[in-house]
Design a protein. Sequence first.
Length: 74
Amino acid sequence: MHRMKVTTVGNSIGIVLGKEVLAKLRVRKGDVLYATETSNGIELSPYDPEFARQMDVAENIMREDRNVLKKLSE
C-alpha cells in the first residue's frame, strides 16, 4: 500500500505520486491517467477504458465481417 497526501497544486487540489507508483503504472510526467470507479473503489490506469471498449467492438466487427473487409480492400 502507498500513502499519498492530498495537497494544493496551483489553484487545484491533487496528489503526488511517488517514483515507485509511477513505475508500476508505467507513466511519467505529461502522461494521462484515467480514474475508473470499480466495486473496489477508484482505479487509476494509463489505459482509456472507452478506447479499449471501442477496440473490442472493432475487433468483433473485423472478425465477423472479415470476408467483406477483405473484398473492400481489393
